[in-house]
Design a protein around this ligand. Structure first.
Ligand code: PEP
Length: 250
């Protein structure tokens, strides 16, 4: 059985004051029935790790470099994330693909490095609105999946997040049928590539304007093992109901 996962991506939001939200989240979920992951900005990784301590909440990075060290000013490596207390890293978020021209093959190399450092990689895939309207969604997702996911992936070190670009931060969400179609497709591709054992053990998250009001409907869709949440993960008040909806779906 795949353990469900509620992951929060704080993006470039939060200074030390935001740690009070993490503290509230920790106190609200001492024994969750699902995995909880918070990916704060890199500046907060270390204090966030100290704050969650031995609680069930895991801490993750939002990106890492393809190399483990060297002359790469401003970048952060996978071993540095581990050193700061991270156990996971988001890779290939559409904002990284867009703002930093990241291509799927870059993401595969980063993922290989991150997995070798012991991190669970949350690899993001998603189509634009134009691509969906042109009915190219499955072609785009299939190509991103095969190029972004390294051969070193297992059910423990890979999570795939389907995040339609047009749904991120917009309040728009695909219909349950549209989400189900893509998740079933990703599952079948993973099974074909890695075999049924690994293919069925990789968790698939949906991301894009998940909030308390739509969480229950999204978590009822087959092959949705949780969510990657941006805006609604920034406060305990908004994220806790999503976690509870996921626990109810267990
Ligand atoms: C995200 O950035 O991964 C995301 C899903 O954002 P939001 O929940 O705000 O749409």
């Amino acid at each position: 059985m795949r353990r469900k996962l509620a992951a929060g991506n704080w993006k470039m939001n939060g200074t030390k004051a935001a740690l009070s939200e993490l503290e509230a989240l920790r106190d609200a979920h001492p024994d969750p029935a699902v995995d909880i992951l918070i990916c704060p900005p890199a500046t907060l990784l270390s204090p966030a790790h100290s704050l969650v301590g031995n609680s069930p909440i895991a801490i993750g990075g939002q990106d890492c470099h393809a190399k483990t060290d060297g002359a790469h000013t401003g970048d952060i490596s996978a071993p540095m994330l581990v050193d700061a207390g991270a156990t996971a890293v988001i890779l290939g978020h559409s904002e990284r693909r867009e703002d930093h021209d990241e291509e799927s093959h870059d993401i595969r190399i980063k993922a290989r490095t991150a997995q070798a450092a012991g991190l669970m990689t949350v690899i993001c895939l998603g189509e634009s609105l134009d691509q969906r309207e042109a009915q190219d969604t499955l072609d785009i997702i299939g190509a991103q999946l095969s190029l972004s996911v390294p051969d070193s992936s297992t059910g423990l070190n890979l999570v795939v997040a389907y995040e339609p670009i047009w749904a991120i931060g917009t309040g728009l969400t695909p219909t349950p049928d549209q989400i189900g179609e893509v998740h079933d497709f990703i599952r079948s591709r993973l099974e074909r590539r890695f075999g049924p054992g690994v293919g069925r053990s990789v968790r698939l998250l949906y991301g894009g304007s998940v909030k308390a009001a739509n969480a229950e409907e999204i978590f009822a869709i087959s092959n949705v093992d949780g969510a990657l949440v941006g805006g609604a993960s920034l406060t305990e008040a908004q994220f806790s109901p999503i976690i509870k909806a996921l626990e109810a779906a267990v």
